[in-house]
Design a protein around this ligand. Structure first.
Ligand code: TTP
Ligand code: MG
Length: 394
């Protein structure tokens, strides 16, 4: 059986935990620029129909007394780390998939922690004791059903889909609930008169593949209760990324450099925190008309320094022919391994390796300053705001 653990209203719950005056109130965690969107809403705010990704102005229209709390990435990442450490104590096979969710394969853990439902209760209690936050847990024989189940009794619930209930569950599961089935796919589902995941099974797999490509094949397997994706330890996790919607649309290289550098630093810091190195760097560009592209590159050496990530991201950016202004930029890394896994190359110290090592020591020093004093304490000179006034003397 597989567990999917997802924290409840994660950022908002942390803010409510840390500030008594926010408890039981409708709050959202969001930036304060004109274009900000809601990162998350407390369950009190959700009663007004407010949800993640909604523009803040719309949230205010729905609930004029909404409290807007600025986010604190550093704090959320630290809480996430504590939670993931607790979860990993329950099974060696655990996969963190976002800042607040993880899968756990609990095969072979029953002797230690009891049957799956009991184990889920123990995980919830351990998390709550450590960080005073609640989560919801889904339990199922396959990953995609565990994910769906964790959302069925939120907040603070446990939902179990046992092997013998699985077929009935699939037969009636609305197809839109299946992870990966978005608006575009739904249009095709309507044409094919597919309403539930069970309906998929009634179609010819070749036809599904023709109409839906890889997704057709995947959905056909899921409709039989087979999920090819396994719980994978985090070295194989898909990616670490960071992106930002810009205050104004840009088209000049200087602004883009500035933003890519800041994103590369953020991604690099997350990577180093996990003690990983990576081999693929990617960028994402969303244009002013909301179309978007991604570009990625496999690199020869394993890297983890922010400078190396930045250089690769910049070279990808420079290869893009820009015809429209840019609204959002993102940088991501993937294909990981642990940093401490010895590799021969390091012994040989090829050209450039020395310089790479120097950057890594700079990064380590900067990371530890940020860890102690917050991410605004130290910046690359090229990220400092040249127009900022000097503090007045006297
Ligand atoms: P989610 O788990 O999707 O949402 P949640 O934990 O706030 O609420 P739920 O109880 O429904 O699970 O995301 C986890 C955190 O990630 C969330 O607290 C804020 C952040 N986030 C964003 O910053 N932007 C987004 O669009 C989403 C969906 C989440
Ligand atoms: Mg969550």
């Amino acid at each position: 059986m597989i567990l999917h653990i997802d924290m409840d209203a994660f950022f908002a719950a942390i803010e409510q935990r840390d500030n008594l005056s926010l408890r039981n109130k409708p709050i959202i965690v969001a930036g304060n620029s004109k274009r900000s969107v809601v990162a998350t809403a407390s369950y009190e705010a959700r009663k007004f129909g407010i949800h993640s990704a909604m523009p803040v102005f719309q949230a205010k229209q729905r609930c004029p007394r909404i409290i807007i709390v600025p986010g604190n990435r550093h704090k959320y990442a630290a809480e996430s780390q504590k939670i993931m450490n607790i979860i990993s104590g329950f099974s060696p096979l655990m996969e963190q998939v976002s800042i607040d969710e993880a899968y756990v394969d609990i095969r072979g853990c029953e002797k230690l922690f009891g049957p799956p439902g009991r184990m889920a209760q123990k995980i919830k209690a351990a998390i709550f004791n450590a960080v005073s936050l609640t989560c919801s847990i889904g339990i199922a024989p396959v990953k995609f059903l565990a994910k769906i189940a964790s959302d069925m009794d939120k907040p603070n619930g446990i939902t179990l889909i046992s092997p013998h209930e699985m077929d009935t569950f699939i037969a009636t599961l609305p197809i839109a609930k299946v992870p990966g089935v978005g608006k575009q796919a739904m249009k095709l589902m309507e044409i094919l008169k597919i309403v539930t995941l069970g309906d998929i099974h009634k179609h010819d797999p070749d036809l599904l593949n023709k109409k839906l490509g890889k997704m057709g094949t995947r959905l056909y397997a899921l409709s039989q209760g087979k999920d090819p994706s396994q719980v994978e330890n985090n070295y194989t996790r898909k990616s670490i990324s960071s992106e930002t919607t810009l205050d104004r649309d840009i088209c000049d290289i200087e602004s883009a450099r500035h933003i890519l550098l800041s994103l590369a630093q953020r991604v690099g810091r997350d990577l180093r925190k996990k003690k990983w190195v990576c081999r693929i760097v990617s960028i994402k560009i969303k244009f002013s008309d909301f179309t978007q592209i991604t570009r990625s590159k496999k690199i020869e050496p394993w890297i983890c320094s922010s400078a190396a990530i930045f250089n690769e991201a910049l070279s990808l950016y420079e290869q893009v022919v820009l015809k429209k202004k840019i609204r959002l930029l993102g940088v991501g890394v993937s294909h990981f391994r642990g940093k401490d896994v010895p590799i021969q190359m390091e012994l040989l110290c090829p050209p450039g390796e020395q310089q790479k090592k120097q950057w890594e020591s700079v990064d380590m020093a900067v990371d530890s300053i940020m860890e102690k004093f917050g991410s605004d304490m130290v910046k690359k000179a090229s990220l400092a705001n040249p127009t900022r006034k000097k503090p007045k003397q006297g």
